[in-house]
Design a protein around this ligand. Structure first.
Ligand SMILES: [Zn+2]
Length: 136
């Protein structure tokens, strides 16, 4: 039997934390986090990739951070990122997610369709972090 919450939404289960994907999220939490991830200052930022207008390949087309904000906070961590972007979490088609903890870039997640394109996705993020535009 589904449970209706205060806003009339009917859910069988509480939504899971967007970051750890393990614990239930705090209801209406700004970043969709559980208590532990909120305390640790972890935030996930999602971006969508599409065909690049300039070079052959893919580029960021939209995101939860503007190009300028991405550049200000994450340009250097992206350049220094030595990990491997991995397919994880409930991401939609062509989506990538930066998982951050305060000033640290913890992980880069990819939607399943980008699984074979991890290097290109990372390059697209780095290229986007070179931009100074206020909007995509
Ligand atoms: Zn969590």
């Amino acid at each position: 039997m589904p449970i209706a919450d205060a806003r009339g939404r009917r859910d069988t289960l509480p939504a899971m934390c967007r970051i750890c994907l393990k614990r239930p999220e705090i209801p209406d939490e700004r970043y969709g986090r559980c208590e532990a991830c909120a305390k640790a200052g972890r935030v996930a930022y999602r971006f969508r990739l599409g065909p690049s207008r300039q070079a052959p390949g893919i580029a960021i087309k939209a995101g939860e951070l503007s190009p300028r904000a991405l550049r200000q906070r994450w340009r250097e961590p992206l350049q220094a990122f030595a990990g491997q972007p991995a397919v994880k979490g409930p991401l939609g088609l062509h989506e990538v997610e930066l998982v951050t903890a305060r000033d640290r870039l913890e992980a880069i997640r990819l939607s399943p369709d980008l699984g074979g394109n991890a290097a290109a996705a990372l390059e697209a993020l780095r290229a986007a972090a070179d931009r100074t535009d206020a909007a995509w």
